[in-house]
Ligand binder design. Structure first.
Ligand code: FAD
Length: 430
């Protein structure tokens, strides 16, 4: 009997998990291929919501999706671990040893064989070599980092409560991450407000958030009118928005701008630009762009190896680069889900992936949101804002959940989240 083809998906994020679930249904269930997902962690989170975890306005226990249950429901296998290198000659990946939180060894370093591999390991913050950022700034690239920020945010708030002082937070990067985080922090403080008088006998401290953007406007990927309106909304909340502000260095007291201005900040967040995780450098000498992303053809196949595909933030289409967004990651995963079965079963080449821009959405907490409409439609280039845009932002996450849980369980999850708002505070207070 012909041995099953081995398909390895590295990274269970926006692209990787939905791809594993789809291929599990089309190939895994019929035993046409063995699908294995590898991820550094045990659970998936929808990364565009990380700023809400960081602010504590979303309970991350409910919003983590276990890889193990997904694997058993969708006919794929799951292994925890970090892929640290790829041996292209012998078609195998090397996983680093897996340790428990107390440091004890759980799993030795392992190798796993593949016939086809899909790399979907996402991205991390790019500090562009700015001095002091590594030592003095927090990033929000994964759940661990979001939780570290949240812990520090709550402790600094407590300190400010106790001393009746103000809390300064500076965020570098006026893209979707920085802008949404600035608003979400204010939302967290608004929710805390009614509790504070009873618990601490004091009014909440004043939060002073400064958003630093090197370019002339925030949200540069959106139309100018959206950038302007979002800046006004943030300023109405009390956020200081500084555009054309280039950060030269960070230290333990704040940021130093190129013009010498010092921006004081107790908490410093770096959310300016992304690069691929450094580990791509050890992935079998694959060609990378200057930010470490794996160079691919338009069919998402590496330019060096037709058994290796790369999708989402860790990849870069050589002749038609796309932004590192969830929309791109999702469309690329859907493309491979559609075409990999024929590639695996009959060797049919995967066709080029054509990206369809479906617009973009940004939500500023509970305060406002903007959604741009896709080009090429009668409304092309327009945008809408307010409640409907905020709901559209939420819809993207719920659609993702429904795709993974199935329609009815997705709806039940939505309903139970709503029910929970009646029994728990909608901000993390512990
Ligand atoms: C706070 C925030 C807000 C955002 N908001 C938006 C938004 O509003 N709209 C939008 O379109 N985009 C947004 N983005 C960007 C969006 O989240 C990413 O573009 C998207 O998640 C990329 O998907 P991905 O599958 O490539 O990677 P990810 O979703 O990041 O998944 C990568 C996975 O790989 C795993 N992994 C990493 N390295 C390894 C390794 N060596 N071995 C094994 N596993 C590994 C990780 O654990 C993770 O599960 C936001 C990002 C952030 C941080």
């Amino acid at each position: 009997m012909k041995p099953q083809s081995e398909i390895l998906i590295v990274g269970g994020g926006v692209a990787g998990l939905s791809l594993a679930a789809s291929l599990g249904k089309t190939l895994g269930k019929r035993r046409k291929a063995r699908i294995t997902l590898i991820d550094k962690s045990f659970s998936h989170v929808w990364k565009p919501m990380l700023h809400c975890f960081a602010a504590g306005t979303v309970a991350n226990e409910n919003d983590r999706i276990s890889f193990i249950t997904q694997a058993s429901e969708h006919h794929f296998e799951f292994w925890p671990g970090e892929v640290v290198s790829i041996d292209r000659e012998n078609r195998q990946v090397v996983l680093s040893p897996f340790h428990a939180s107390d440091g004890s060894l759980v799993l030795e370093s392992r190798t796993i064989r593949y016939d086809t591999i899909i790399l979907a390991i996402g991205s991390c913050a790019n500090d562009f070599g700015t001095p002091g950022v590594k030592q003095h700034c927090l990033c929000i690239d994964n759940l661990v980092e979001a939780n570290v920020f949240n812990e520090k945010f709550r402790m600094e708030l407590m300190r400010a409560f106790a001393h009746g002082s103000e809390l300064d937070i500076a965020i570098v990067g006026g893209g979707a991450t920085g802008t949404q985080l600035a608003a979400e922090l204010h939302k967290a403080l608004d929710i805390v407000d009614p509790y504070s008088l009873h618990a601490f006998g004091k009014t909440p401290p004043k939060l002073r958030v400064t958003l630093l953007q090197s370019g002339p406007r925030i949200l540069p990927a959106f139309p100018e009118a959206v950038s302007l309106a979002a800046q006004q909304e943030l300023e109405r909340l009390g956020v200081t928005v500084r555009t054309s502000a280039r950060v030269a260095a960070a230290d333990s007291t704040g940021f130093i701008l190129k013009d010498g201005t010092h921006i004081p900040a107790k908490l410093r967040v770096w959310a300016a630009g992304v690069k691929a995780p450094e580990v791509t450098q050890t992935y079998g000498n694959l060609s990378l762009n200057p930010t470490g992303q794996i160079l691919t053809h338009s069919n998402l196949c590496s330019i060096d190896d037709d058994r290796i595909f790369a999708v989402g933030d860790c990849s870069f289409i050589k002749d038609d680069p796309l932004p590192a967004t969830a929309q791109v990651a999702r469309q690329q995963a859907l493309h491979l889900a559609r075409h990999l079965p024929a590639f695996v079963e009959r060797g049919v080449k995967v066709p080029g992936c054509v990206f369809k821009n479906k617009g973009a959405i940004v939500a500023l907490g509970k305060y406002n949101g903007w959604a741009t409409l896709p080009g090429g439609t009668v409304w092309g280039g327009g945008f809408f804002h307010g409640f409907s845009a905020r709901m559209a932002h939420l819809f993207l996450y719920r659609r993702h959940q429904i795709e993974l849980f199935g329609f009815y369980r997705g709806l039940i999850s939505l309903y139970s989240d709503w029910i929970e708002t009646f029994v728990r505070p909608s901000v993390r207070l512990d």
